[in-house]
Write a protein that binds this ligand. Structure first.
Ligand SMILES: Nc1nc2c(ncn2[C@@H]2O[C@H](COP(=O)(O)OP(=O)(O)OP(=O)(O)O)[C@@H](O)[C@H]2O)c(=O)[nH]1
Ligand SMILES: [Mg+2]
Ligand SMILES: [Zn+2]
Length: 384
């Protein structure tokens, strides 16, 4: 195997005179707000060890990665050591992550040494009964929450996505796609449902068929910022990416008559727009579990928080207490009841998952103790 000098023209390598840092603390891990796609992968500030480089993960397919920096895009693998030091699946690299890499095979491949701290993230509970997070993407500036006007629209699910974005420090923008399939009156109705639920995020109606809203969206995308498309399968995320990119031809899928989407996009990938904006297309989500999203819930349901300040009891659950300002607001028509019920549901779910996680940790700890005591006993036996 030939090893070549790593490509790192864009890095200042004088930052570290001593030993290898575990991470690169001096690196600003946001994409520089530069005007070209090339510059979008150049990092400001200092870099790492001379033999290493910083790159961004642009695609993930199980344990195969693609990383990119100003020098170009190469396939990459996580080193065994890096994988070993990942304490949980969320520590593994995901799309949008900035990673420290070293090149090999004449610069045609890279090894991921570690993941730099994330500035924002999108995560969800792993599908199934486990109580673990799954990292979806990192270092996102704006999440486009996509719902189709046609079959997919659901305010309660929208609220879930908003909580998710808010928990990860990401600004949400709602996109209502396939507006060509409903009447302007029906579209107006959807807008009012969103406002009625107290959702204050920006909402854009779109159609990939008529082109409605596409320019508005294009104008919103700023160079150097990272955007992602979140939403169910078949709502038109990839079609939109293809439209925005121009010349890009990612696979899209026809939707069955029932309106239900098949999963056409199977991996997450980061695409560079001509304008210099970065867009992550995602596969549609089936299950939108959440975990420990206390702050996210409070941010997304700020109207409920606002009313609850006037509840008689500080620990009011807003369900049966006297003097509850939230219940008063519902009775007075100021708060939507469905919105409030969803708030309770998400809160309960999040608390339950937090609890399960705590139980799991305690169980693991007890198990760890048991293993250690058995090993100790074995060690003692050997001494005899
Ligand atoms: N009528 C109409 N159809 C659209 C629109 N946008 C996309 N479609 C169609 O919807 C189907 C699904 O589109 P995709 O772009 O593959 O959907 P997706 O959200 O990427 O789906 P996954 O990759 O499975 O998550 C395709 O047949 C598109 O042609 C639109 O604005 N109007
Ligand atoms: Mg797709
Ligand atoms: Zn109350």
């Amino acid at each position: 195997m030939t090893t070549s000098k790593p490509k790192q023209a864009f890095l200042h390598t004088s930052a570290y005179s001593g030993g290898l840092p575990d991470t690169c603390p001096d690196v600003e891990h946001s994409v520089s707000a530069a005007g070209t796609p090339h510059d979008a992968f150049a990092l400001p500030g200092q870099g790492c060890h001379p033999d290493q480089s910083i790159a961004r993960v642009t695609a993930v397919d199980r344990n195969h990665y693609v990383v990119r920096n100003a020098e170009g895009e190469v396939p990459a693998k996580l080193t065994g050591r890096a994988a070993y030091t990942c304490e949980s699946p969320v520590d593994m690299p995901c799309v949008g992550d900035w990673v420290r890499i070293s090149y090999h095979d004449a610069g045609s491949r890279a090894s991921i040494l570690d993941v730099l701290p994330r500035q924002s993230f999108l995560r969800r509970k792993r599908p199934g009964d486990t109580v673990e997070y799954q990292m979806i993407a990192a270092n996102i500036d704006v999440a486009f929450i996509v719902q189709s006007c046609h079959f997919d629209f659901n305010v309660r699910r929208l609220e879930r996505y908003l909580v998710m974005a808010s928990e990860g420090q990401i600004e949400p923008v709602v996109l209502l796609t396939k507006a060509d399939l409903i009447t302007p009156e029906a579209l107006e109705q959807l807008f009012s449902q969103i406002r009625h639920a107290g959702i204050g995020a920006r909402v854009i109606a779109l159609s990939n068929v008529s082109g409605l809203g596409v320019e508005q969206l294009r104008e919103l995308i700023q160079p150097g910022k990272t955007y992602c498309l979140l939403g169910s399968s078949g709502v038109g995320k990839t079609t939109l990416v293809n439209r925005l990119v121009g010349g890009c031809d990612l696979a899209t899928g026809a939707v069955s008559l029932s309106g239900e989407g098949r999963h056409t996009t199977t991996r997450r990938q980061l695409i560079v727009l001509e304008s210099g904006g970065l867009l992550i297309d995602m596969p549609g989500m089936r299950e939108l579990g959440m975990l420990g999203v206390g702050d996210g819930i409070n941010d997304s349901f700020s109207d409920i928080q606002f009313h609850s300040q006037r509840c008689r009891f500080a620990d009011c659950t807003h369900t049966r207490e006297p003097g509850c300002a939230v219940q008063d607001a519902i009775a007075g028509g100021e708060l939507d009841e469905g919105h409030f019920r969803n708030y309770l549901k998400l809160k309960k779910e999040s608390e339950f998952l937090d609890m399960s996680k705590l139980e799991k940790r305690n169980r693991d700890r007890t198990f760890g103790k048991l293993v250690r005591s058995i090993n100790k006993a074995k060690g003692k036996r050997k001494e005899y």
